[in-house]
Design a protein around this ligand. Structure first.
Ligand SMILES: Cc1cc2nc3c(=O)[nH]c(=O)nc-3n(C[C@H](O)[C@H](O)[C@H](O)COP(=O)(O)OP(=O)(O)OC[C@H]3O[C@@H](n4cnc5c(N)ncnc54)[C@H](O)[C@@H]3O)c2cc1C
Length: 492
């Protein structure tokens, strides 16, 4: 059965990306018919679930990989500035929705100072130079730096308890850092668009899509409810956003658009250690990022995080990498194989050959014993006791593999927005910087898929996000593209 009239916008997937885009479009075009289709029985059960990600509001306040060192020893802060501005856009949209009464409260956003903690003389020196470079920029003027163990103990006691007093240490702290429950935010955003007339359908899996002669898309949908009748239906749409997380690559491939050719995906799963012991949790109120080991991928940067989920505080430490062929946590072991196409075999094979370091790292992580995991945690928190910590499985990341003239294929750790030239369908691949910069990513999408509306939407967008007013919208998007396209990685 097909719907009579095409809906204006279909969003595939009920995660933070679809929720953000739905909120923006329903503000810009309140009369448009919007439909969200989610395969799971609830929203935000994949990467956007609070226990499937680290909940860091990435604003480049603590992640070392946004401030690489140049060969001459100076620190390049341009990516940090871009990420910081993108997160500001997210905060402005949330604030607009809150003050308009469209979000019930800001319980999804908790203050959690962002810290960076390093050990050893070389890293202490780097952190000092990084802090100096960042503090010269107005966005980072509040960044505090110290090498005094007493000050660090004051900021985050668990880092210093029982630590070797002879070891050089340093830390920075940004008091304005945040912890974000992206699951709660997703649900609140979707509730808002549903209240404004959007249709939200759960247990509806999009199995395929094809473009019709008139340019609209016909989606094949399977109703997964046990008593569904009929089980299959189609929905027609003028615009489709494939916000299916790990499921996006396969649907983009099925759409047949030229722009999706050559892309592949490489799944990396994650695990965290979590404690809810109130005696431990009480002693740590910060997100503390460290430095990744030499040769390990950027998403492996260890961090000890305060989390606030459903009003309950917890501490999270990790991530530890895992490996599975699934592209979604609730996916199938055949996910990887199903995305292999003649067009992406070369890039995928090339990535395998050129990323032996990553392979070595993954094997090391997969074979890591509980004792080794504890040792990594104790490098951060020397007094950690195994009885307080449980191992939990986080979301699946599907890193983007794309063609590369010189190497045949490259593995990227950023996100990639893939949009058809006619702007009728777009999908999002990759995982970083992720949920924090969803608003900037969706602005990019609006710009690319609705160019004829850019002029009429610009004043409304600026009213929602005043940070866009100070600069040209195109400048904001250029910053976003720089941060996302440049193999930018975030330390989740
Ligand atoms: C371990 C880890 C740590 C992270 N830490 C952070 C962090 O600290 N800060 C941060 O900002 N970001 C972080 N991220 C990234 C962030 O979680 C993701 O970028 C973000 O959640 C992606 O949102 P999404 O809506 O694209 O995908 P998802 O939340 O995965 O949503 C996709 C939805 O699509 C549904 N779906 C899939 N296929 C279909 C289909 N065929 N039909 C219908 N529905 C479908 C899925 O069920 C799912 O609900 C982390 C990610 C991971 C994995």
């Amino acid at each position: 059965m097909s719907s009579q009239q095409p809906v204006d916008v279909v969003l595939v997937g009920g995660g933070i990306m679809s929720a953000t885009l739905a909120a923006m479009i329903s503000t810009l075009e309140p009369t448009w018919k919007i439909e969200i289709l989610e395969r799971r029985p609830a929203l935000a059960e994949e990467s956007s679930n609070p226990w499937n990600n680290a909940g860091t509001g990435h604003a480049a306040l603590c992640e070392l990989n946004y401030t690489p060192e140049r060969p001459d020893g100076t620190i390049d802060i341009s990516k940090a500035v871009a990420i910081n501005e993108q997160f500001e856009l997210s905060r402005e949209l949330w604030s607009f929705l809150l003050t308009s009464g469209r979000l019930p409260d800001d319980a999804f956003l908790s203050p959690a100072p962002h810290m960076t903690f390093v050990r050893g003389a070389a890293d202490v020196d780097y952190l000092r130079r990084r802090a100096d470079a960042l503090r010269a920029h107005p966005h980072f003027a509040n960044l505090e730096f110290t090498t005094d163990p007493e000050v660090i103990r004051d900021w985050a006691p668990l880092l210093m308890l029982d630590r070797d007093p002879g070891e050089p240490v340093a830390a920075t702290r940004a008091p304005e850092g945040t912890d974000v429950d992206f699951g709660a935010l997703t649900r609140a955003l979707v509730q808002d668009v549903a209240d404004r007339g959007a249709t939200v359908s759960l247990e509806q899996e999009v199995r395929g899509l094809r473009q019709r002669r008139d340019g609209t898309w016909r989606l094949r949908v399977r109703d997964l409810r046990w008593n569904a009748s009929p089980r299959r239906r189609t929905i027609d749409a003028r615009f489709v956003f494939i916000g299916a997380g790990g499921g996006a690559l396969r649907l983009l491939q099925k759409s047949g658009i030229r722009e999706a050719k050559g892309y592949g995906g490489f799944p990396i799963s994650g695990q965290f250690l979590r404690t809810t012991n109130p005696d431990v949790v009480r002693q740590h109120q910060a997100k503390v990022y460290g430095k990744a080991d030499v040769g390990s991928p950027p998403m492996s940067v260890p961090h000890l995080d305060t989390r606030m989920v459903d009003g309950q505080a917890a501490l999270l430490f990790g991530p530890y990498a895992g490996w599975s062929m699934k592209f979604l946590k609730h996916g199938s072991p055949l996910d990887l194989i199903r995305t292999i196409r003649p067009g992406n075999i070369v890039p995928m094979a090339a990535v395998g050959l050129h990323n032996l370091d990553l392979l070595k790292y993954l094997i090391g992580e997969l074979t890591a014993s509980p004792t080794r995991r504890l040792r990594t945690l104790r490098a951060f928190m020397p007094t950690a006791h195994p009885r307080d910590w449980e191992l939990i499985t986080a979301g699946q990341r599907v890193q983007v593999i794309k063609k590369d003239r010189a190497k045949g294929g490259v593995l990227e750790f950023g996100t990639e927005l893939v949009a058809a030239a006619d702007g009728t369908v777009a999908g999002l691949l990759g995982a970083s910087p992720g949920a924090s910069t969803a608003v900037a990513t969706m602005l990019d999408l609006l710009d690319r898929c609705f160019p004829d509306r850019a002029e009429s939407w610009a004043p409304r967008l600026r009213a929602m996000m005043p940070a866009l007013g100070g600069q040209d919208w195109d400048d904001a998007l250029a910053l976003h593209q720089m941060a996302e396209g440049d193999q930018v990685t975030s330390e989740h």
